[in-house]
Ligand binder design. Sequence first.
Ligand SMILES: NC(=O)c1ccc[n+]([C@@H]2O[C@H](COP(=O)([O-])OP(=O)(O)OC[C@H]3O[C@@H](n4cnc5c(N)ncnc54)[C@H](OP(=O)(O)O)[C@@H]3O)[C@@H](O)[C@H]2O)c1
Length: 279
Amino acid sequence: MITGATAGIGRATAFALARHGFRLGLVCRSRAKGEALSEALRAEAGAADVALFVADLGVQTDVRRAADEILAGFPRLDVLLNNAGVFQTRFEETADGIETTLAVNHLAYFLLTDLLRERLVASAPARIVSVASNAHRFARLDLNDLEFRNRPFGAMRVYGTSKLLNVMWNAELARRLEGSGVSANCVHPGGVNTGLGDQNGGVLAQVGGLVKRFLRSPDKGAETSVHLATAPQLVDVSGRYFANCRERRPSAAARDAAAQAQLWELSEALVAGSASPAG
Ligand SMILES: NC(=O)c1ccc[n+]([C@@H]2O[C@H](COP(=O)([O-])OP(=O)(O)OC[C@H]3O[C@@H](n4cnc5c(N)ncnc54)[C@H](OP(=O)(O)O)[C@@H]3O)[C@@H](O)[C@H]2O)c1
């Protein structure tokens, strides 16, 4: 199951996993793009079986509905690949009233994984792979202001902070999954030539045109995600951060176990509002 496969690194990852022979599930926000991708995966990568789940990952009721559909459609789940992400240049809120970067880059990973967790455990050995970034080193963590409501909205700082949350959450998730047969690892894909941030227009899109020539291709950017999803020697490796298919040490902030536990509690509270009274 892969999120954000309609473009960039996710698209390249989906093609690579199709060539590995996986039955694929795609979580996409645009049905038209998802259908075009499914068709391309069948025609160009020989994917025999592709299922599409339409959800805006910034909307928690969409995430919950997609999870229900996935649970109904997939009796086993070997790999969950949290990949969809955004780079916002200005403060915006989702329909849930949550700052968009936090909602899409962190809370969607948190909520979708939580909702699919029992299915992954029942399918063990299984793997959770989450695309973070080396940009986590530019983060400014304030657990009292995860949405940047009370401080200046610096695009790189906000994005980097969301990616720091990916690394911190991954470590806590791995701890909570210990002994279950499900691993959780996260990835820095490198600097990759994708459309990340283009939707915002402005300076980033213009400067991006120059900078992008020096970035790696989406196929190259997908390599570490695919490695973590498939390499047999990694079956017992969990809670780690990888780049270029090798383990790396994340920042000191990312390794703070007390902050990781606190982030978990805060994230639970931020998704609780969208749960039905029955849970
Ligand atoms: N590019 C880099 O250099 C780089 C470096 C480090 C980490 N990363 C990480 O890599 C991951 C993939 O990024 P990318 O560079 O491949 O970007 P991209 O080309 O912009 O692709 C982003 C994907 O996420 C999907 N998406 C965005 N918001 C969504 C939402 N609300 N609901 C559902 N899907 C949504 C997009 O769907 P649409 O097609 O509908 O827009 C698209 O499929 C991200 O987590 C990013 O932070 C990228």
